[in-house]
Design a protein around this ligand. Structure first.
Ligand SMILES: [Zn+2]
Ligand SMILES: [Zn+2]
Length: 184
């Protein structure tokens, strides 16, 4: 029995997951903003073995990352264009689902809340970042796969963009304590 199922707007492509997500990341990078057409991508990540397409055949768009130079493979419905999931050359063996495509998009929200906020520096003006979540202005790991130190807001914090379009925290810097390094 699948843990949860999802699909595109028109119903042609359907998928199922056989286990809960290994983590849920919110990504505020420009790629994810453009890909979702929204402020950020809520990305529950599953192992490849626990994810399967159960109906239809998604098309693949291959995008080369500006940052890493590696490929991202985005799967979308050939009929209605809904993006369903993506895999990354840089992180093989896992699949990041476009979280809003689940039939019950909150099935993982209570037990598996968003555990990591990344690329806040390109966050949309006015986005509120929750307190107590491991957060990063950019990626959580650098190009050599080293962990980058995270920040952790002690209260909900609004992002504001400066004249260069770079987002910073509106609240007092005192609220942004460091919390050691990322666990990956
Ligand atoms: Zn469709
Ligand atoms: Zn992103």
């Amino acid at each position: 029995m699948p843990v949860a199922e999802g699909g595109c707007l028109c119903g042609l492509v359907r998928y199922a997951v056989q286990d809960n997500p290994v983590r849920v990341t919110a990504c505020h990078c420009r790629f994810c903003q453009r890909a979702t057409g929204s402020a950020y991508h809520v990305a529950p990540v599953f192992t490849e073995e626990n994810f399967s397409v159960t109906q239809g055949e998604p098309k693949i768009y291959t995008h080369i990352s500006d940052g890493s130079g590696k490929a991202l493979y985005i799967r979308f419905c050939p009929e209605c264009g809904t993006k369903l999931y993506l895999s990354l050359e840089r992180f093989p063996g896992t699949v990041g689902v476009y979280g809003g495509t689940f039939d019950e998009p909150n099935f993982f929200a209570s037990r598996y809340p968003i555990s990591k906020q990344i690329f806040l520096a390109s966050g949309r003006h006015g986005t509120i970042v929750p307190e107590g979540v491991e957060s990063f202005w950019g990626h959580a790991i650098d190009a050599d796969d080293r962990l980058i130190e995270s920040i952790c807001f002690s209260q909900p914090t609004t992002l504001v963009t400066d004249s260069d379009g770079r987002a910073t925290a509106r609240s007092n810097p005192r609220n942004a304590g460091t919390r050691g390094t990322s666990s990956g």
